[in-house]
Design a protein. Structure first.
Ligand code: ZN
Lengths: 139, 388
């Protein structure tokens, strides 16, 4: 699968280091005691900068999904259609991701998913999701 | 808030669109021509202008035009920028900051693409917007993928169907058939839409807007000044805007409800108008789902009922809620930012200048723009002398 590899940004070093162990970290605001997404230098709830990282459960539920029949930037048409989803995590954030490990047309809203890893050229791993085994529950 | 109601009026408009989708002029020359034509329409000259709305660099544009404005608005939030320009300019005029404001837009992506074919160098992009570094690897096609995600959620939550979305494209094409300037005028069916190639599910090719050249301008002034000008004034009865995310669909609180649920009621409230009193909805239709969300968020029907609401053809010619009478972004023109054309068509209809597609004595029209990826909404309620 060809894709645009994200920069190995030192600001996000804990995130990328954890991906090498297969752990999904979320940025965490110590003031709000809550996760947020995407990573940024301030909390999007309180604008505070007392921030850290915490491991996510690694599960989620598909909130919305679109199969790209023509590839987006960085993707290869030869890789065929693929599913891009917004996944709701139990930590209260939503991530944009790919759902892999099944026919893209089988990815549906409310489907339970589990984190899966796509290895990058430098050994870091990009978080994706695959069908999970949890009971499907509406968010 | 009542200070905005009918304090100002659109007194001049200009538009350049072509059935070929291409224009001969481009850039500053095209923008200057639009301003000249809109001022001529109003019976004004460039010397009367003391305010400028331009989504590029407004002071640079002012220099190019040779004017010294005391009001500048460079709001650039995508396709709805022009509704926000009217909102801001109306407030500025009502507050006495300036008296005659022009707003302009031109883009020629269709002929630019042709010009550059054969010598395609690498396209240069600036740094990605915040958050995009976390999304680029996943290959969501822009901009369609973001709208597709919204449609996916709307279908799952409310049972909206591809056929219901297709009806919007079908009715918009029926309007385009009546507009000699529209790019696509051949009638289409629901089967044509759902049978057209899938792009980003659940959106098909015919759920998507065009890519054409296009340009337009408006002139806004005080109601007092408007009374003596060349054309019947089209009053700004209300205007409001709201934004609930930037570029990332993960930050939009609810993919089935846009910030139009804030801007719409606010603009209607200022105008003292309710949705049943609207004779024409110019609702930004970058995709069929975009227009469907406006129907719900502006209160023409309840949340989740947009598909059923649109399914009986009431948005087309002869229907009870005419929408996008010029043929919309889906069938008339879409140069990348479509909001200017909503305003121009609304004014044309309220003046009775819309030719074969002219509505029967409309008095209230709404121009509702969507910018970014369902990110920033601008609602402008316009009315004739009878509604003042
Ligand atoms: Zn916080």
């Amino acid at each position: 699968m060809k894709l645009m590899e994200p920069r190995d940004d030192e600001r996000h070093e804990p995130f990328w280091t954890a991906t090498r162990e297969g752990i999904l970290m979320l940025p965490w605001c110590n003031e709000c005691d809550a996760a947020f997404w995407y990573p940024r230098p301030v909390c999007p709830r309180c604008l505070g900068d007392d921030l850290g990282w915490r491991a996510a459960e690694g599960t989620g539920v598909v909130y919305a999904v679109s199969v790209q029949h023509r590839p987006g930037t960085g993707r290869d048409v030869d890789d065929g259609p693929y599913a891009v989803a917004v996944v709701s995590l139990p930590e209260g954030v939503r991530m944009l991701t790919n759902v892999i490990g099944c026919d893209p047309g089988d990815v549906v809203v409310d489907m339970a998913v589990t984190v899966a890893w796509h290895e990058l050229s430098d050994g870091r791993q990009l978080p994706m999701f695959e069908p999970g085994s949890q009971p499907t529950t509406r968010e | 808030m009542t200070g905005l109601r009918a304090a100002t009026a659109i007194v001049g408009i200009a538009e350049a669109v072509s059935p070929t989708g291409e224009l001969d002029q481009r850039g500053l020359a095209l923008e200057a021509r639009m301003i000249r034509e809109a001022l001529a329409d109003a019976g004004l000259g460039i010397g009367d202008v003391d305010g400028l709305c331009y989504g590029g660099n407004p002071s640079g544009m002012a220099e190019f035009l040779g004017i010294h404005p005391r009001f500048l608005d460079g709001t650039a939030v995508g396709g709805s920028s022009y509704e926000l320009h009217v909102e801001h300019a109306a407030a500025a005029i009502a507050a006495g900051l300036c008296e005659v404001v022009v707003g302009v837009y031109a883009a020629t992506p269709r002929s630019d693409r042709k010009r550059s074919s054969g010598n395609n160098g690498p396209r240069r992009f600036g740094p990605p917007p915040p958050g995009m570094e976390w999304e680029m690897p996943y290959g969501l096609r822009g901009p369609i993928g973001s709208y597709a995600l919204s449609a996916s959620r709307h279908m799952a939550e409310y049972g909206t169907t591809s056929e219901q979305l297709a009806q919007i494209a079908v009715d918009t094409r029926r309007w385009a058939a009546l507009n000699p300037s529209a790019r696509h005028r051949d009638l289409i069916t629901i089967d044509d839409v759902v049978g057209s190639p899938m792009q980003a599910s659940p959106l098909h090719l015919l759920d998507c807007c065009l890519v054409t050249d296009g340009a337009g301008a408006f002139v806004l002034t005080s109601a007092e000044r408007a009374a003596d000008l060349a054309r019947p004034p089209v009053y700004v009865l209300g205007a409001a805007s709201a934004s609930d995310h930037g570029s990332s669909m993960t930050q939009m609180p609810d993919l089935t409800t846009t910030a139009g649920a804030v801007s719409g009621p606010a603009a209607f409230s200022t105008a003292g108008v309710t949705p049943p009193e609207v004779d024409l909805l110019m609702g930004y239709d970058s995709f069929t789902i975009t227009a469907l969300l406006h129907l719900e968020d502006l209160g023409f029907c309840a949340k989740g009922e947009g598909g059923e609401f649109a399914a009986d053809g009431k948005l087309g010619p002869g229907g009870s809620l005419p929408m996008n009478t010029n043929g919309g972004g889906l069938s008339c023109t879409h140069p990348g930012q479509y909001g200017m054309f909503l305003i121009v068509e609304a004014v044309r209809q309220l003046r009775g200048e819309a030719g074969d597609r002219q509505l029967d004595g409309p008095e209230v029209a709404v121009a509702h723009g969507s910018g970014g990826v369902l990110s920033t909404m601008g609602t402008v309620v316009l009315g004739t002398e009878a509604t003042r």
